[in-house]
Write a protein that binds this ligand. Sequence first.
Ligand code: DGL
Length: 289
Amino acid sequence: MTEDRNRPIGVFDSGLGGLTVLRALHRRLPCEDLVYFGDTARVPYGTKGARTVRDFARQDAGLLVGLGVKLVVVACNTASAFALDHLQQILPVPVLGVIEPGVDAALRASRGGPVGVIGTPGTIGSGRYQEGLAQGLPGLPGLSPDRILVGECPLLVPLVEAGWVEHPATDMILETYLEPLRTGGVDTLILGCTHYPLLKGQIARHMGPDVALVDSAESLALAAETLLADLDLRRRDGLTGGERPSGSLEFHLSDIPWKFAEIGARFLGKPITDVRTVSLEEMEAAGRL
Ligand code: DGL
């Protein structure tokens, strides 16, 4: 239905990291309207337990469904790891997470492995990347478990949120986290957290030029494009020759954090305007949708 096609795409993350995914979606699907929710009052999710993350994710997604979105994108690896199946069962709209697109891109980029994954303790502890890489995907054979190396990087999210991207302390921490993956000989490294693309240059320096870095934002945007086309949910007025060159971007946050304008603009690649705040009471109500 035309009405359904013209609804926005909803994107959520625990905080601002998902803006890297929003940016990729906006680039690939420029005519689509995008609504972003960042749970900035409760970030980080990456060090919380599975049940808490699942409850938060249900509220985040419920909020987007209440705003009338046609697709929910879980732009957070931790929430994708703990809540994607649950959201796919309970939501009335399709839901995409970042893990499968990341696995797909890594299996394509790898020259046989080993493949490395870095992420939050929650994402790595869930084993979802390890399962996905071992199983493979249609046309892409999986890897034997000894060809999959993982690293938990709990300190990277706060460093990125603090804007310490080019800081010597971040460099030292990166060296500690990445050294086992580098010496393990990985040929591909999945940046399994939507905050890490901000550190891509630094990570590339530590890993060396022969290691392919996979940022699942691009693969997710491609998966979203394919899914919307398959479901006949793409806007028609923006396709080639259409009249709608650029869709709108709308932002909802559960808190306006420290240095939000500066850090948010760094993630999105341009200033963030039109921000609305959502109370935790509204979040709880959204989870009951
Ligand atoms: N952006 C989240 C992810 O991709 C991590 C941030 C957090 O710990 O909340 O996992």
